[in-house]
Design a protein around this ligand. Sequence first.
Ligand SMILES: CC(C)(COP(=O)(O)OP(=O)(O)OC[C@H]1O[C@@H](n2cnc3c(N)ncnc32)[C@H](O)[C@@H]1OP(=O)(O)O)[C@@H](O)C(=O)NCCC(=O)NCCS
Length: 411
Amino acid sequence: MPPLTYRPSRDDAADRSAFVTLERTGFGTTDEDTERWMAAIGPEEIRFVDAGDVTAAMGSWIEIGHTVGGRTIPAGGITAVSVGHAHRGGGIGRYLLSQMLAEAGQRGWPLVSLYASTFAFYRKVGFEIAGWSHRYKAPTAALTIPRHPDDGALRPVPIATPPFSVAPPDPALIARLAPLHAGGSGQRPGLAAAAGRFLWWRRLQAMGRGLDGVVFDGPDGAEAYCMVDCRAAAQTIGVAGWAATTARGLRAVARWLAGFRSSYDWVTWPDAPHSPLTLLLPDRGCEVENVEPVLYRVVDPAALLARRGYGAGTGGAVAIALEDADLPDNSGRYGIRVAHGEATTGARLAADESADLPQVVVGPRGFVALVTGATSAGTLALTGLLDGTPEAIAAAEGLFAGPLPGTPDRW
Ligand SMILES: CC(C)(COP(=O)(O)OP(=O)(O)OC[C@H]1O[C@@H](n2cnc3c(N)ncnc32)[C@H](O)[C@@H]1OP(=O)(O)O)[C@@H](O)C(=O)NCCC(=O)NCCS
């Protein structure tokens, strides 16, 4: 095979054409939508792999930050990974991922995350499921909920965005809505609490269609917003971006969606597992139309353990022995001690240090599933992704317990 080179896009005609071809043969995307994708990602975040003088593969970065234990961990979101059809099966995809992981380390991202078309390819380099994105579906009328005396305090302000174009969403609007995506008080793990241009495009605009929505302003600023695609599917209002940080904001979103019930039978919305909107439905609840797992890969284990939060009142201690063949510098023992929800964590232990700590042994897949709280230590032990004594498994379960992580955002 000719020598492989990983490089940023030059944003010239040849690279733009390579992106269109790789997107078409990877995902069947129309050339027109690919132009929009490229604009949303931004040429500076597009990477190519050249095999000799032929452009053979691509991948792209999006800026994102995930909530882990109530704190936001900066991450590199990966999207638009495609190896040219003539070059598949020869290790180029693996080379691309290894280069992207190295770049993530240089950029100071403890995590990278993605939605996978094939788990096997990503698991081979240490990715594992670390959250879920659900698409819920309910009869629109089911969102008709009773008024609460507090609800009059919110003022609905309509917003509309133009069809997805090369013009980015309005920065002033993004600044108003951004705090809503941190999830409010309490833990909503996995949310994309920080987001760059690409995710805002997804939340506020649609491919080739304008979106319509509303911001619910309270006395101290926005408490909720919701953008919908009125042409999502037959008889269906499709929610794009939305978030609420107060109970009255959540009720306002539900009631606003119910206002479409005379002409739309169904509403669909994206959310993490345990969408708060589902708890408002008075009668039959809703169905989950689609579930997409989100995969993460830990790039810097010490930084993740030190920067993530721990549940208030959590206490305990455990050592995690990590064996990471793809990022061998990460292999080692990490000691975590948490008292009253505050951690002295993440430190890499010397071989003989803290030998008294109960210890679990994981590879990168077990590590990320454990420390994000996506899968409990006991369940990981059942799958062979974690090894440890019952005492160590119980300690790890206590430290990393929390609601199931997930996000409404997709990239
Ligand atoms: C998925 C894709 C990127 C893989 O690229 P590739 O260059 O063929 O992959 P590699 O040759 O580097 O394979 C690396 C490993 O993953 C495995 N693998 C690759 N594709 C796989 C698949 N679809 N299913 C199962 N395993 C797969 C390989 O067998 C190899 O395993 P090994 O190291 O044990 O030999 C490529 O097939 C592609 O571009 N597909 C279309 C677009 C797409 O699905 N992109 C991913 C979007 S999330």
